[in-house]
Design a protein around this ligand. Sequence first.
Ligand code: ATP
Ligand code: MN
Length: 465
Amino acid sequence: MKERERYRIKDLLGAEAIVGSDVVVKGWVRTKRGNKNIAFLAVNDGSVIHSLQIVVDAVKLDKELKQITTGSCIAVAGKLVKSDGQGQNVEVQAASIVLYGAADPGSYPLQKKGHTLEFLREIAHLRPRTNTFGAVFRIRHAMAFAIHKYFNDHGFFYLHTPIITGSDAEGAGAMFHVTAFELDRIPLNAAGKPDYTQDFFGRSANLTVSGQLEGELGAMALGKIYTFGPTFRAENSNTPRHLSEFWMIEPEMAFYEIADNMDTAEDFLKYLIRYALENCSSDLEFLADMYDKELIERLKSITENDFVRLAYTEGIKILEQSGQPFEFPVGWGVDLQSEHERYLVEKHFKRPVILTDYPREIKAFYMKQNDDGKTVRAMDVLFPKIGEIIGGSQREDDYDKLKTRMKELNLSEKDMWWYLETRKFGTAPHSGFGLGFERLLLFVTGMANIRDVIPFPRTPKNAEF
Ligand code: ATP
Ligand code: MN
């Protein structure tokens, strides 16, 4: 059966206009039921959450039917007809069936519905065939597309920043080393340390934790850029919100000050959520029904309300006066934990909060220093259920201030000379932020664990698939 004659099930459901036509569909059998005269197969091809009902003459296609079980892959040619069945307006009456691949009922793990998400994580190679992961990965695709569309429509250029980086001063977290040394025969220098001059790149290299520093170089030439790629953090943080490999979206804009940066972050997030509501409704409805009854209301409320904009110092006052028994104590100077962030968002304001002007000691070296000598022009966007979804700032554009700050933090000017040169030659105010793609997906899908919104999660002690 020719692939070019195949219909995607998404296009057939609701296609009353072509009822009566001969069609070909291909996909994986979700269920098989019936009696000795007639069988009903629910076939899913991944194009949409719904399966298509195939009606089979159990006498005529007896031989084929015998081999078909849950999980088998088949191709069906037949007539599209109106259906009286519940929840579907069309079905296919099979004229012929080709079995591409059987799935032994004794060992195929997805026989029944209702597996736990924990179990499905152990079969990451098969879980895309469940309704839940089909929905999540279609939404993941739609969000990736919407991100590119938003930036393209707003005059941003997609800049590919390196995954292997020679700078270990990005400051966003612990890094994975990249080396071509044989680990049991590492050449040592006079000090007894690995002699990286003999390594592949002639220097020590790491997987990137952020494309920002290189992104800034692009913004200082192209105006507005964004990166969208994998980032890596070798931190042993086993939480439902942290991955060791995650995707990050990092726009960087010349001439933007912090207020422009906040406007962009808010507009961007609202656009993405609106896009999901408009383009992923059947998947969202399924996930809402299965996991999170308030999902769609929560998404809508984001698009309908202005985000609160609040200085860190004010946020701390609210937390101190809240009377909440926080696990981690609050006070000016502490880095907020997600319990604090969620209190502000979920209990106090009941909408997203953009917290600004954090103490310089808890933020990265590149953030623009305020005149008070204590705070920097940072902005974190805090979301319900998630806490920090975006971290960003206006960047320090003053050469001397940046250099002094790097010295204070013992960051090597020798390694970062190229970054400093953007401030030496034609510096300008500029800003940017990083959105964790999987944090966004947690929010949009309503899933509770970040391992369930990426096809193959990398977390401490887990990289099998
Ligand atoms: P957190 O405090 O939540 O660990 P962070 O402050 O270390 O995050 P940034 O370096 O500011 O994170 O990264 C920018 C964005 O990337 C965050 O706002 C978040 O959305 C996302 N992010 C950061 N670390 C991770 C991770 N380990 N897994 C998934 N997403 C992450
Ligand atoms: Mn952050």
